[in-house]
Ligand binder design. Structure first.
Ligand code: AMP
Ligand code: GLY
Length: 423
């Protein structure tokens, strides 16, 4: 098979790493990719949101399958673009159509979906400039802290959690006024859920599904979960508190009604459902849906899949996932993200990376890297994810941390406490 992966982060390097091991692979391309994918595949300088360029490339190179990494091409309708084109419609696209991608593209849509399909989540109200007064009243009816979410995609930054009621009212007005551009013209106000977070990754062909694994990521920049939110500073899988009893609640109350919901709503979903959960007491509540794999969660979830990944993707495309025997690795996998000083705010690029060849017993997934004059240099805030297997969490993390030390670039920073709350 000839496969095109869209995206350029650690998630896409992990996809490429897993696909490159498949006996079904004839040729792998990644657009635009990074210095890590370059070693396993041919990088193609195409923006995944430029559908016409993707089309030309796919047709000229006889691509059989497109695996979409990030959310924006999905929310922009890349799958629909393929289905609506006579020359492309037979090519498999892994990722939902635009209607279902709204689960990530609009928080209001996702909340409405959960209400319609009776999926447990925080109470909420959607507010625009038209019903601002109702927003104030709803805030008054809630207890602090107050959760305000931009409806649309805001690069992971659109959620504010505020202690003071008046401040929350002001922020609501500012959000609607354009704090996150048009993404916050509608704001979802939510009840605050107190508990511990985890994410569950589900693969579906639109009819049946497989739970890939659960993972926990560490979103804050600072140790002890402090400071600004990032795309994710590290992750681990499995998560010990997600025991059989809890996961069966997740399956019955959340996963099944979600997959059924897509069918009932006639919004086809082929691909990865990323369910962000809060465990409140012993019960799961949905915090958010994403319509793709997480990053850096992919860097711990994919290493736990033993099965041939392309065979798995083909079973999804052919709607035969129910017949697929998914084999998972029971070991723990941890990943530690090395980032550029300053991230998630301004940071420098183009810093030479050394020491990758010194790493042993970990997998180095490139995130923001590129090749320049035969060197690998930094090209993003999140630079490299160091993933390791272990018989237990401690053991996996020891390897990730010791290899994280060996990789050098100016301004390297990483959290030395990934997994701290689970030990
Ligand atoms: P989201 O972008 O929806 O994942 O929200 C970002 C982060 O805000 C989540 O990972 C949670 O830590 C937090 N959060 C979102 N919604 C709630 C809520 N209703 N209660 C408590 N924390 C929340
Ligand atoms: N790590 C969180 C995400 O991928 O959205």
């Amino acid at each position: 098979m000839k496969v095109l992966v869209l995206g350029s982060g650690g998630r896409e390097h992990a996809f490429a790493w897993k696909i490159a091991q498949s006996s079904k692979l004839e040729k792998l391309f990644v657009a635009p990719g990074n210095a890590g994918t370059e070693e396993l595949a041919e990088n193609v300088n195409i923006n995944p949101n430029d559908f016409e360029k993707v089309k030309t490339f796919v047709l000229e190179n006889g691509i059989n399958m497109v695996i979409v990494g990030p959310e924006d091409p999905l929310v922009n309708g890349i799958h629909d673009f393929f289905l609506n084109d006579e020359n492309l419609k037979h090519i498999a696209v892994i990722g939902p159509e635009k209607a279902a991608a709204q689960m990530e593209g609009s928080k209001d849509f996702a909340k409405d979906f959960m209400a319609r399909h009776k999926i447990p989540t925080a109470q909420y109200k959607s507010i625009t400039s038209e019903n601002l007064e109702e927003g104030y009243q709803f805030l008054e009816s809630l207890k602090a802290p107050y959760v305000l979410k931009a409806d649309g995609l805001a690069a992971g930054k659109g959620v504010l959690i505020i202690e003071d009621l008046n401040e929350a009212k002001n922020s609501l007005e500012e959000m609607i006024g354009g704090m996150f551009g048009s993404a916050s013209a509608t704001v979802v106000i939510e009840e605050f859920l107190s508990g511990i977070e985890l994410s569950v990754f589900v693969l579906t062909d639109g009819e049946s599904y497989k739970v890939l694994a659960e993972a926990k990521d560490y979103k804050r920049i600072g140790e002890g979960d402090t400071g600004l939110n990032t795309g994710g500073m590290g992750a681990i899988s499995p998560v010990h508190f997600a025991n059989e009893e809890f996961m069966s609640k997740v399956e019955e109350r959340i996963i099944k009604p979600t997959i059924d919901g897509f069918q009932k709503d006639k919004t086809p979903f082929v691909g990865f459902v990323f369910i962000g959960l809060m465990k409140v007491g012993n019960d799961p509540f949905v915090i958010e849906y994403n319509v793709r794999m997480g990053d850096p969660e992919t860097e711990v979830v994919l290493p736990r899949i033993k099965s041939d990944f392309l065979e798995l993707m083909v079973s999804v495309a052919d709607k035969k996932l129910d017949q697929f025997e998914l084999e998972l690795d029971n070991r723990t996998v941890s990943t530690v993200m090395l980032v550029s000083d300053g991230y998630p705010e301004a940071y420098a690029k183009g810093k030479t990376i050394t020491g990758i060849d010194q790493v042993s017993d970990s997998i180095v997934f490139h995130a923001g890297t590129t090749g320049k004059n035969n060197e690998v240099v930094t090209n993003g805030g999140r630079v490299i994810a160091v993933s390791s297997y272990g018989d237990n969490l401690e053991n996996a993390l020891t390897k990730s941390f010791s290899n994280a030390e060996k990789i050098q670039f100016e301004g390297k920073y990483y959290r030395k406490d990934i997994g701290f709350d689970l030990k």
